[in-house]
Design a binder for this molecule. Structure first.
Ligand code: AMP
Length: 451
C-alpha cells in the first residue's frame, strides 16, 4: 500500500475540523443539498470533503475508514448526483449502481441513507438481502432500478435466477470489505465482479488493509484516490477503554454489577456466540434489566424490533454477536461491553467503534478471563496500545505484572475522562490505581469473589 501514489490523503481524526468546507462547496446537485439541509447536516465530515469532489469527477476510490466516519454519505451523494443526470429509466432486470454490503443490517442502513439523501431526486433503488422472502425483491429489481444495495449471497441468487444482470453497472461500491472476507464472501465477490462491464467506477471501503485486501483492491481499482481516515486498525481515539480481568463464571455477575452501579443508559454487549448472547439476555432479564439479543438465529423482524427498541431507549441493553452488529448505526451508545474478547483483533476495533460515533465520546470495557489473555495481547498489539486495567471486586490477578506495570508507567494512551464505572461517587476503585495488579491472595482477602 498505497495502491496508487496519485493522491494519498491521511486524515487522522474522523471529525477533525473541516469547518471551512460546506456541502455546497463540493459541487453537489441542489436537490441533494436540500435533503442534507433537511437532515440537519451542516458540514461534511473529512472523508466526505476528501472523497466527494474526486468521485464526482469519476475517479476510483480506496477508503480506509470505519463506520462512524460518514463514509456512507461520502459514496451515496456522488452516486445519486451522477445517476440523477442520466436520461431514461434503467433497462428491465438491470441496475446502474451496485453497492455490496457484508450484512443485512448494513445493507438496510445504506438503503435508508440513499432514500434520505435522494428524496428530492428521481432515482430508484432496491435493497436485497437474505433471511426474508425473495419474491418482492425479484419484483423490485426485475423492473430495473438505478441503485441496488445487496448482500453478496442474495445478489448471486438473483443473478443465478436470471432476474438481475450486472451488464449495465456503471458504479460499484464494495463496503466493509474486511468483514466481507471474514464472512467468506470472497468467491461471491469474484463471481460478481467478473460479471461487471470493464468500464466502470469502483469504490472500495475497508476499516483495515491486510495484504489479502490490499491485493483485492489493487486488482479492482484503477488509479484510485486513497483516503485514509484513521490509521490502520487503530482504535477510535475518543473511546475510553478499560479491561477487567475476571473469571469466566463471574462475567454475568460482573456485568450486572456494572449495570447496577453505573449510569449506563444505552449499553451494547458483545458476545462471541449466539448461545452466549442468549444466556446474557436471560441473566439480565431475570434482574429486570430490559434487554434483547441480535444474532444469526434471530429472524430479520426480531432483529429489527430489537434494534428499534434499543434506539428508542425501550431497551437499556442490546446483546449482539459481531456479525449481527456489523454496520449498525445507533447514535448515543454510551457503553460497549466486550463480554467475550473476539478472536479477530480487528473485531475489537469495530466493536468499540459502536460508541463514540459522529463526534461523541464513549466508553468501552472488556472482560478478560484466563483463556482470553492471548487474545488481549493480540488486540493490544493491533491497536498499538495497552488497555488500562480497572480493578473491581470481582477482578482476578493478571499473570504478567511486568507487562501491566508497563501500562501503569504510561505506555498506554492517557484518558481525559475516567470511565463512569471508575468514578461512581463513594465507590473507591478496588485495589488501587489502574494498571496495578493485586496478588490473588490479597484479592481473596478483599472478599471480592461471589460464591
Ligand atoms: P457512517 O460512517 O456512514 O455509518 O455514518 C456515521 C453517522 O454519521 C451516521 O449516523 C450518519 O447519519 C452521520 N453523518 C454522516 N455524515 C454526517 C455529516 N456531514 N454531519 C453529521 N453527521 C453525519
Amino acid at each position: 500500500m498505497p495502491v496508487s501514489d496519485r493522491t494519498v490523503l491521511l486524515i487522522r481524526s474522523e471529525f477533525e475540523s473541516c469547518i471551512l468546507t460546506h456541502f455546497k462547496d463540493l459541487g453537489l446537485d441542489p436537490a441533494l443539498l436540500k435533503a442534507l439541509d433537511q437532515r440537519g447536516y451542516q458540514t461534511p465530515t473529512p472523508i466526505q470533503t476528501a472523497a466527494i469532489p474526486e468521485l464526482l469527477k469519476g475517479s476510483d476510490l480506496l477508503g480506509i475508514a470505519q463506520t462512524g466516519t460518514g463514509k456512507t454519505a461520502a459514496f451515496a451523494l456522488p452516486i445519486l448526483d451522477r445517476l440523477s443526470k442520466l436520461k431514461g429509466r434503467p433497462d428491465r432486470g438491470t441496475c446502474r449502481a451496485l453497492i455490496l454490503s457484508p450484512t443485512r443490517e448494513l445493507a438496510a442502513q445504506i438503503g435508508e441513507s440513499f432514500r434520505t439523501y435522494g428524496k428530492f431526486l428521481r432515482v430508484s433503488q432496491a435493497t436485497v438481502f437474505g433471511g426474508v422472502s425473495i419474491s418482492s425483491q425479484i419484483r423490485a429489481v426485475g423492473q430495473g432500478v438505478d441503485i441496488v444495495v445487496a448482500t453478496p449471497g442474495r445478489l448471486v441468487d438473483l443473478i443465478d435466477r436470471r432476474v438481475l444482470s450486472l451488464a449495465k453497472v456503471e458504479v460499484l461500491v464494495l463496503d466493509e470489505v474486511d468483514q466481507m472476507l471474514d464472512l467468506g464472501f470472497i468467491h461471491a465477490i469474484r463471481k460478481i465482479t467478473g460479471l461487471l462491464p470493464a468500464k466502470r467506477q469502483n469504490l472500495f471501503f475497508s476499516a483495515t488493509m491486510p495484504k489479502e485486501i490490499a491485493g483485492l483492491a489493487a486488482a479492482l481499482l484503477r488509479d484510485p484516490v486513497c483516503v485514509e481516515i484513521t490509521p490502520r486498525a487503530t482504535t477510535v481515539e475518543r473511546v475510553n477503554q478499560s479491561i477487567i480481568h475476571v473469571e469466566t463464571r463471574n462475567k454475568l455477575a460482573l456485568l450486572l454489577n456494572l449495570l447496577e452501579q453505573n449510569a449506563m443508559p444505552r449499553t451494547l454487549v458483545f458476545t462471541r456466540t449466539k448461545h452466549g448472547a442468549d444466556k446474557v439476555v436471560k441473566g439480565l432479564i431475570q434482574k429486570r434489566i430490559e434487554t434483547a439479543a441480535i444474532h444469526g438465529n434471530k429472524s430479520q423482524s426480531q432483529r429489527e424490533r430489537a434494534l428499534a427498541s434499543f434506539k428508542s431507549s425501550r431497551l437499556r441493553v442490546l446483546v449482539a454477536t459481531d456479525i449481527a452488529a456489523r454496520g449498525i448505526d445507533i447514535d448515543g451508545v454510551s457503553h460497549v461491553v466486550n463480554y467475550d474478547l473476539p478472536f479477530v483483533p480487528d473485531s475489537y476495533v469495530h466493536r468499540i467503534g459502536r460508541t463514540a460515533r459522529a463526534g461523541a465520546s464513549g466508553e468501552a470495557v472488556a472482560f478478560c478471563d484466563h483463556e482470553e489473555r492471548p487474545l488481549l495481547r493480540d488486540i493490544e498489539r493491533t491497536i498499538r496500545q495497552k488497555i488500562p486495567v480497572t480493578q473491581h471486586a470481582m477482578s482476578i490477578a493478571t499473570p504478567d505484572p511486568g507487562e501491566r506495570s508497563g501500562a501503569a508507567q504510561g505506555h498506554h494512551r492517557p484518558h481525559q475522562n475516567q470511565p463512569s464505572w471508575r468514578k461512581k461517587p463513594g465507590q473507591k476503585p478496588q485495589g488501587g490505581a489502574r494498571g496495578k495488579w493485586r496478588p490473588k491472595q490479597q484479592q481473596r482477602q478483599g472478599g471480592g469473589q461471589p460464591r
